[in-house]
Design a binder for this molecule. Sequence first.
Ligand code: SF4
Length: 59
Amino acid sequence: MNRAQTGVCGTCRHAKRLTTRGGGDILLCRLSETDSKFPRYPALPVLSCPGWSAPEAVS
Ligand code: SF4
């Protein structure tokens, strides 16, 4: 999945990319585990999202 396909989820720390048994790519929003306002599998591309958060810095 590229940025055009994912939208802002592609750069969000809450996003986790998964591969389906059929070989397709899907994106899991881990924020959905603690906040029901966010769908577990957002409809992509997501153009803006109040839950977006920058990836954690790697030291
Ligand atoms: S919080 Fe928003 S931008 Fe981040 S993964 Fe979930 S739906 Fe995508």
